[in-house]
Design a protein around this ligand. Structure first.
Ligand code: CS2
Ligand code: MG
Length: 403
């Protein structure tokens, strides 16, 4: 049996922080898992190094489900983003090892391909509606079938999703949390204008998406969904904070705009009601934050029973290891919807050489055994950890809002 003889965490910051777990078996096979939790990276790194790794040594790397159950049930303090990101990293690394030993890409171990490729969406954004549409045109010209639109709001600086750097949006860009100001009224006027102009400029073939990023109350989300209906968005994401899953009933009563939620979910319990009551159309939970491939498959199967499709989160703060694992998962499930794809920087791609490729608006994980991604530890060592926080949001009266 492939006995686990070592496991170590690697922290690197090629433009942004990533935490990677590397597991090695007695016959020299290694596997990688992403453990990156934006703004709380060292919490997961310590959870792995100090509490999980000692329990892995000597175990059979083939026993992916048993090790998952051991780490989930054995922690006592179960669930939450730190715990489930740590479990996810172990899970990804073990699937990587299993694929390498079998000589197969992981998607073949998950039942084979259900589709020829994974449709992705890119991020078009700009300070103005015209700038955003110009950015969207570039994505369409590069073959993207789907584009997310985020634009500035007059009178507000630092609007979510609007990047200073055209290509890479990294919100965790300060040593302490940046304070941003939010006005729902100003925002609610701009979003419909953005979509009206986008449909006029881009036509109806391209899928257009929008991320509300947890900013609205359920009834405000219902109103925005209704305002966007004439422009047929592919989805309206994170319309309202989802701790109150029942709140989505109110949104559903007012709009047929498809709803997506879940990038901050860490287990099926965060979305069980949303899925079984069909309060959402896409579940955004990810391999790295929702317990790995093993748990995300269970979420996807539960979603499939209720007509809900997947739309995994894929921002730059999820490393190429997660992107690779997500593509194997996306290829293998029947109810795939769409995959977010925010490209990483050249430095990141140099630290994490990978097999996945983009063509015709789709990504494919490639045929390399395992996940098809490696880490160049010498390159990783050249980018030391740099503390960075996500911003916070306050309303015009200074009270805290949701960023
Ligand atoms: C966003 C993310 O990609 C998205 O849908 O919600 O950029 C999110 O803000 C970051 O991943 C937070 O770290
Ligand atoms: Mg989002």
């Amino acid at each position: 049996m492939p006995k686990i003889i070592s496991a170590k965490t690697i922290v690197t910051c090629p433009g942004r922080n990533f935490v990677t777990l590397k597991i090695e078996t007695g016959d020299g096979v290694t596997g990688l898992g992403d453990a990156t939790l934006n703004g709380r990276e060292l919490a997961v790194e310590s959870y792995l190094r100090d509490h999980v790794v000692p329990c892995l040594i000597g175990r059979d790397a083939h026993q992916i489900e048993d090790i998952w159950q051991y780490l989930y049930r054995g922690a006592y303090w179960r669930r939450g983003p730190v715990t489930m990101s740590a479990i996810a990293a172990v899970d990804m690394a073990l699937w990587d090892i299993k694929g390498k030993i079998a000589g197969l890409p992981v998607y073949q171990l998950l039942g084979g391909a259900c589709r020829t490729g994974v449709m992705v969406y890119g991020h078009a954004n700009g300070e103005t509606i015209d700038d955003t549409i110009a950015a969207a045109r570039e994505y369409v010209a590069n073959g993207y079938k789907a584009v997310r639109l985020q634009t500035g709001v007059p009178g507000m600086s630092d609007v979510y999703g609007v990047s200073k750097d055209k290509l890479f949006y990294e919100p965790a860009d300060s040593d302490l949390p940046k304070e941003t100001v939010w006005s729902t009224d100003k925002y609610m006027r701009v979003a419909p204008e953005l979509f009206a102009a986008a449909r006029k400029a881009l036509g109806w073939e391209v899928h257009l998406l929008h991320d509300v990023h947890h900013r609205l109350t359920p009834i405000e989300a219902g109103r925005l969904g209704k305002d966007l209906e004439p422009y047929r968005p592919f989805w309206m994401e994170d319309a309202t904070p989802a701790e109150n899953q029942a709140g989505f009933r109110l949104i559903r009563q007012h709009t047929t705009t498809p709803l997506a939620v879940g990038e901050i979910f860490s287990s099926i319990w965060d979305c069980k009601q949303l899925i079984e009551e069909q309060l959402i159309d896409y579940i955004r939970a990810t391999v790295v934050h929702a317990g790995g491939i093993t748990h995300l498959r269970k979420i996807a199967s539960f979603a499939d029973l209720h007509g809900v499709r997947t739309g995994c989160h894929g921002a730059t703060d999820l490393s190429p290891v997660t992107m690779a694992a997500a593509l194997h998962f996306d290829l293998s499930i029947p109810n795939f919807g769409i995959q977010e794809y925010m490209r990483h920087t050249a430095d990141t791609d140099a630290v994490f050489p990978h097999a996945y490729t983009f063509e015709g608006g789709m990504l494919h994980p490639g045929e390399a055994p395992g996940l098809g991604v490696e880490i160049d530890e010498d390159a990783a060592a050249r980018f030391p950890y740099k503390r960075a926080y996500l911003p916070v949001a306050r309303r015009l009266d200074g009270s805290m809002h949701d960023w």
